[in-house]
Design a protein around this ligand. Structure first.
Ligand SMILES: [Zn+2]
Ligand SMILES: [Zn+2]
Length: 438
């Protein structure tokens, strides 16, 4: 069967299963779970994949789900969705107990993955392809609830806070040749879909500023003020900003999670969480060094100490150009040229960036939502643009890659220049994880 006929079958199946696809997506929306807690979500994903004739494995990298094609030979492609929600207590639809909320639309990704499974598996299209299609629901894309994740890490249940890093560490992508997923985005200016987007990488930091407690009224001269130390460090970081190149999109942002314990004592312990982001690894390492110098300088200035715990966050995202070109060709069946964006310049971070270091990936953006991601204003405004059309475009792109001897997929793999090998990537994660005492 030729690609056009395979796509017709795929699209017809998505239209036929439209109600099930939408109700699955809204059910996940109504039951948000944050990273490495997505047990109900994973169960729902496993059940819909089973309904497509697949045999999903559960508890992949703690809470993930993976259904592998039994096909041997040919390129192996993964269609991916992310299981986790964010926390957004101001959102009217949030879980009232936990604050969890699908304000990043990962429920839509899972719907798209399910729809692609309907399109390729129920129709027998997958069996007509010359490569294998796997479906993976990945845990913990959002880098949040670090204390909870540290507990999991200390208990030996995970090693990395990001799901795709953890899955890579556990070898789940060892024989995967390429990955495809689509994230939703509040598009403006008439855009309806983007074939790919950029994304910054980041290092996550926990900092404890350590001073000395003393009576704030009676003997402040006996104290070392850890809050002042934090303020000096923050000001020093701000003075570094002119050294960041615009093209590197460096972001340094932070919160104080503990700013003192007693009002009438000089604060002796202050805790901060910091994210350092940049569009490429050298800029990321440079900015991180400047942030650490700022903390060190503040400790010296006040005669205190600081403990910095660095963790690998996520890597800069580089979607594959050839896969994006195929995606655009397929998007033209649904959208006009003015509605299709080749590469959307996002400066958020995505852990698909990790996979993009060592294999070709496509991280596309769909529309149909409004308001800011991760914010109280986030809304799904158009089911067709959010859930249905993106699934058809992804299914068609997978068909193009793997039909006719999988020539296109083989070309993507042959032309791909990795930034790091898988081993180098895992080595970099280890190197980025360190504790420094000043
Ligand atoms: Zn997000
Ligand atoms: Zn997201």
């Amino acid at each position: 069967m030729d690609a056009a006929r395979l796509k017709e079958l795929a699209f017809a199946q998505i239209d036929k299963d439209r109600d099930a696809i939408l109700s699955f997506g809204w059910d996940i929306y109504r039951h948000p779970e944050t990273g490495y807690r997505e047990t109900r979500t994973a169960d729902c994903v496993a059940k819909v994949l089973e309904s497509c004739g697949l045999k999903p494995e559960r508890n992949v990298a703690y809470t993930g789900v993976r259904a592998r094609s039994s096909r041997a030979g040919g390129p192996r492609l993964t269609v991916m969705g992310e299981l986790d929600s964010v926390i957004c207590r101001d959102h009217p639809d949030c879980d009232k107990a936990t604050g969890a909320m699908h304000a990043c639309g990962h429920n839509i990704q899972l719907s798209v993955m399910y729809a692609v499974a309907c399109a390729l598996e129920k129709t027998g299209v997958a069996a007509q392809l010359d490569g294998a299609v796997d479906y993976v629901a990945v845990p913990a894309e959002e880098y949040i609830e670090l204390d909870y994740r540290k507990q999991l890490k200390d208990a030996g249940k995970i090693a990395y806070y990001s799901g795709k890093a953890e899955m890579t560490r556990q070898g789940y992508f060892d024989d995967t040749d390429m990955c495809v997923m689509i994230h939703n985005w509040p598009m403006t200016g008439g855009a309806k879909i983007a074939a790919r987007n950029t994304g910054t990488g980041f290092i996550g930091k926990k900092v404890r500023y350590l001073g000395r407690q003393a009576h704030a009224g009676a003997a402040p001269w006996d104290g070392i003020n850890a809050l002042n130390m934090a303020m000096i460090a923050i000001n020093s970081m701000n003075t570094q900003r002119e050294t960041f190149r615009d093209t590197d999109c460096v972001r340094v942002h932070q919160i104080l999670t503990r700013a003192g314990d007693l009002l009438n004592s000089v604060p002796a312990e202050v805790d901060a969480e910091i994210t350092v982001r940049a569009m490429n690894i050298p800029a990321l390492l440079d900015a991180n060094e400047k942030v650490n110098r700022s903390i060190h300088g503040a400790a010296i200035a006040l005669g205190g100490h600081a403990v910095v715990e660095d963790s690998p966050g996520q890597m800069p995202l580089h979607s594959n150009g050839e896969m994006a070109r195929l995606f655009i060709d397929n998007a033209r069946a649904f959208y006009g040229d003015s509605e299709i964006v080749d590469c959307f310049p996002a400066t958020a971070s995505f852990d698909m960036g990790d996979l993009s270091m060592f294999m070709p990936v496509l991280h596309s953006l769909s529309s149909g939502v409004s308001g800011g991601l991760h914010s109280a204003g986030y809304r799904v405004t158009d089911e067709e643009n959010a859930f249905i059309t993106p699934a058809k475009i992804v299914a068609a792109t997978v068909i193009d890659l793997l039909c006719d001897g999988a020539e296109k997929a083989k070309r993507v793999i042959a032309d791909f220049k990795s930034e790091l090998t898988r081993a180098e990537y895992l080595e970099l994660l280890k190197k980025l994880e360190k504790t420094i005492e000043y």
